[in-house]
Design a protein around this ligand. Structure first.
Ligand code: UDX
Length: 458
């Protein structure tokens, strides 16, 4: 006699805040469709969290460095090698434990930074789904580097190249920095290796939505079983279909919620520049100084997130001389609540993919100052494809000067030239909500994914 179980997904994130959060939001969508979820972060990552989600079950695995994670490893290679070895073993034991407890796993959703997970899934006869945190255009570029089809970077700095699947020509300054920066070859290897086991997976889930990247998604879908499932932000900011979806995400930082919201409540509608460079970027001291003066000189008030590790780079006396009427500098904020606030007029951002998707979903136009990794490509999409922002120009030293910052803020916030940008931002907000709402493109993809899970769990 066959026993039927509830479909059960084991979610295996790479231990970075920007990677685990989209997976957590996706998990909540699955859970709302009656799929059992277990998230398996590393022990070292869990130790860093300020708060843990209560809505999903968590079972840690080990990367072999339980006390400090990657910071404990001698090199990145050493970290990845040990993670593969100890991770495969602890993941296997977790799958067995869940099996023995009467709640067997049917599917592993894994971060393709960890391609070895597919082998573990195969060993247990489970289906597997790679979950790409970054958008499809960025993934497509790494795919072509993997295939060696296109030699990147372009030989001349201003040479325009065409990547199959993306008809908008790109330049060296638009491709992910790891492709250009030869010192980061080890990281590029990880990004390129995302495709190494991809022909063996059942699904490729992309943290984006079809309407945003139609052309490249159609193209990549001919190669891989792609499903877009984003935007992966809490339902309370989009379709509001998930009840009690208060849970924000995981963070290694503590947000200064009351300070931020109280201050924003005193600002006029669409008047504030919100500034943040995410959880990882290390901004050069010279760039911090230009930002500080650019913001202070602009006509607008600003809310600026400067992580405590970055604070020493602020110009001397900047904080002391800053009046509370003009600006507020905090070490971390509740970004979604901030972006949703009616006082926000634009987002001056590094264009990390989570921040970009959040800004799109909440209809906030952007001033892009990309720093590294996928951010230049995201900035290219923001400016030239979706036309929901501008990219501030760097000088020959790679620094965006204060005048350029002021000019961009003015254009996006006030000028007639920025009107189309502001209108487009509103349009995309509407679309972002629709795609996760009942019958929207991402909702349909998630439904299809769940149906398959349910069928195999019978
Ligand atoms: C990293 C990479 O830098 C990024 O390019 C890649 O696409 C994903 O992984 P990160 O640098 O942290 O992420 O940037 P981003 O992807 O934008 O994620 C930042 C997250 O932190 C967002 O979800 C944002 O809402 C949150 N955040 C940021 C806060 O909650 N409060 C803050 O004060 C700042």
């Amino acid at each position: 006699m066959s026993t039927s179980h509830k479909a059960h997904c084991l979610i295996l994130p790479y231990p970075l805040q920007g990677h685990i959060n989209p997976m957590l939001q996706f998990s909540k969508r699955l859970q709302s469709k009656r799929v059992e979820i277990t998230i398996a972060p590393t022990k070292s990552f869990l130790k860093k969290m300020k708060e843990l989600p209560t809505s999903v079950s968590i079972e840690a695995i080990s990367d072999g460095y339980d006390d400090g994670g990657i910071d404990q490893a001698k090199t990145y290679e050493a970290y990845l090698t040990r993670f593969k070895e100890v991770g495969s073993d602890t993941l296997s034991r977790l799958i067995q434990k869940l099996e023995n407890s009467g709640c067997p796993v049917n599917c592993i959703v894994y971060d393709p930074f960890l391609p070895w997970v597919v082998e573990v899934a195969k060993k247990f006869g489970l289906i597997s789904a790679a979950f790409f945190t970054q958008n499809c255009t960025v993934d497509n570029i790494y795919y072509h580097v993997h295939k060696g089809v296109i030699k990147l970077p372009p030989t001349q700095h201003d040479e325009k190249i065409l990547i199959p699947g993306f008809s908008c020509p790109i330049e060296a300054s638009d491709v992910p920095t790891f492709v250009i920066n030869h010192e980061a070859e080890r990281i590029l290897q990880v990004l390129v290796n995302q495709f190494s086991n991809l022909d063996k997976v059942d699904w490729v889930l992309i943290n984006s939505f079809y309407e945003l990247e139609k052309e490249v998604i159609d193209w990549m879908s001919k190669i891989y079983p792609i499903k877009t499932i984003g935007p992966t932000i809490p339902s309370m900011y989009l379709d509001k279909r998930l009840h009690d979806d208060k849970e924000y995400g995981l963070s290694i930082f503590k947000p200064m919620t009351n300070e931020c919201l109280n201050w924003l409540n005193h600002q006029p509608i669409s008047s504030v520049v919100y500034v943040s460079f995410g959880s990882l970027a290390i901004v050069e001291a010279e760039q911090m100084e230009e930002l500080a003066w650019g913001l202070k000189n602009s006509n607008n008030n600003f809310l600026w997130v400067v992580r405590s590790t970055e604070e020493s780079k602020l110009p001397k006396n900047f904080l002391e001389e800053l009046t509370i009427e003009k600006g507020l500098v905090v070490s971390w904020c509740p970004q979604l609540q901030v972006l949703e606030h009616e006082s926000i007029g634009c987002f001056l951002t590094h264009c990390g993919w989570n921040s970009t998707l959040e800004s799109i979903s909440l209809g906030v136009p952007m001033v892009a100052i990309p720093q590294w990794t996928d951010q230049p490509t995201n900035a290219k999409l923001v400016k030239d494809v979706w036309e929901i922002g501008v990219r501030a120009k760097q000088d020959e030293k790679g620094i965006v000067r204060r005048e350029a910052i002021e000019e961009c803020i003015k254009l996006v916030m006030e000028e007639e030239k920025g009107k189309l940008i502001r209108e487009n931002a509103k349009k995309w907000k509407e679309l972002a909500r629709n795609v996760v709402d009942e019958g929207g493109s991402s909702d349909k993809n998630i439904e299809e994914f769940v149906s398959k899970l349910v069928t195999i769990s019978q």
